[in-house]
Design a protein around this ligand. Sequence first.
Ligand code: UD1
Length: 370
Amino acid sequence: MKRRVLSVVGARPNFMKVAPIARALEHFQAHIEHAICHTGQHYDYMMSQAFFEDLELSQPQFFLGVGSGSHAEQTARIMLAFEPVCLEWHPDLVIVVGDVNSTIACTLTAVKLGIETAHVEAGLRSFDRSMPEEINRIATDALCNWLFCTEQSGVENLHREGAQPERVFLVGNTMIDSLLAAMPKIQACSIVRQLGLEPNRYAVVTLHRPSNVDDPVQLAMLLDVLAELARSLPVVFPIHPRTRQNITRFQLEGIVQGTPTLLLIEPERYVRFIALVRSAAFVLTDSGGIQEETTVLGVPCLTLRTSTERPSTIEYGSNMLVPPERQRIWAAIEQMLQTPPATRGIPPLWDGHAAKRIARIIAEHILHVA
Ligand code: UD1
């Protein structure tokens, strides 16, 4: 009988991490049956379905449709909906990725049913417990049986926290597998021209962290900086639904209206977004994944946070941490325009083959079918 592997996706950054694993597991399809469970944490077309299309990810076999809510509501709803899936389908292994609420909710559910669990992107730590993702990361890693790391810092953090070394694997970055696999489509994409921009003559912005967008004073300050920046360089800002809602709720539209070179656009689908980033002069973001994508694309990235769980993007890549305060942001932009951060290369194993390593470890060490 085939062994069963169930991968969980929920929110936008999960789709790029699972797509290459799904493809790599096809190599073992004589022995492994793989299915995808989508929790429905993200549900807008541009936050979810468009990514399945761009990444050529097959439709999920299970869709839980949980939607938004407070952390407790969302996590609890995912657990309630995921338990019957596990009881009916009997996976031998559940794979969770990243650090979103779907990650911890499905880990907790599977572990309590005695199902083996593997965490992809294990060990990353910002050491900032006010971030909901940090809580999800710590709890998920403490519970999962198998831990796949994207970078050396993850391995070291897990060892320090007492993980068994034979269960920790440095495999590389499946998000970068997706980026490199999509490169022909990214290179062919004409979004820059369509938006009337010139390559290397615009900045891309993304903001969605609660610490930056849930506080009206902080969000107003950031929008003000963007409006001012747009007077000297066009700024493209694909807006996350959370940020869009808060701009309306806090009545901050006035700050962003009236500057035609500050382009507020809807969230972009995967290929178009990466194409936009690839030709940008620089990126301003508070995202986790974009720090990694800019590192591989060699595009300077100013991360508007006080900490990063991805230190290799600073050590090797083009990432710079900038505390999200007005003066600090301006100083960083000026410094970066004068001397862009030197890129020393790409972190080890970010080579487009991470998912193949994961699939092989699953087949050989975890399920013993190859
Ligand atoms: C979630 C993750 C975050 C990740 C981000 C990527 C957690 C705790 N946070 O944050 O780590 O970086 O996804 O985008 O899991 N909404 C929509 N349509 C959607 C999804 C959300 O309108 O498809 C709105 C809802 O009003 C919701 C809000 O956005 O309340 C926030 O969504 P939620 O899933 O709670 O967290 P994100 O901020 O997206």
